[in-house]
Design a binder for this molecule. Sequence first.
Ligand code: PCA
Length: 205
Amino acid sequence: MPTRSLLLTGFEPFGGEAVNTSQQLALALDGERLGGLVVAAAILPCRFASSLHALDALIQQHRPACVVALGQAASRHVLSFERVAINWIDARIPDNDGAQPVDLPVLAGAPPARFTTLPIKAQMAAAKAAGAPVEMSLSAGSFVCNQVFFGLQHRLRRQPAVRSGFIHVPALGERADLRPWLAGLRAALSAWDADEAHAPAGRTD
Ligand code: PCA
């Protein structure tokens, strides 16, 4: 059987910053075998107009068994496992195209929210056991990360076997020691197919 892949995305730097921790972490895990899957890392544009097209192309290219999108959040200091994406955009700063959409749906006509289909409680426990600080989050914000998270969950809504979701990571800067964060992510990603009672709720239409 061919090796199945875990598509792991990070974002390009945005807001005038030189690096994006999500990009560094995703690329550092590229090619690793975790939970029986091989990580295929890719970087998404931090642009409202093109991020979902880029994500679609990657899903078509890799036909992954699991998709985990990473994004950086300066206000978070731990691995932040997102529960829910909202169908709403309200950009507080311009994206990398200079676009700043306000009060718009991510996808017109789609439901107001979609849940993660990752077993995030099992993943949080695994990451914590590996030494990384974790939290569950009930908001991925209303910028490009939430757009990608919502678009991802909407796109895969009829493929319940493909687990998907979003993890926010802290902004660690250029010279940070990534090892503890990589250890936490490795453990979490390895638990991508853990059984969890809540997970089917995220798969309904
Ligand atoms: N963080 C932003 C977008 C890209 C990123 O890494 C966000 O939280 O929306």
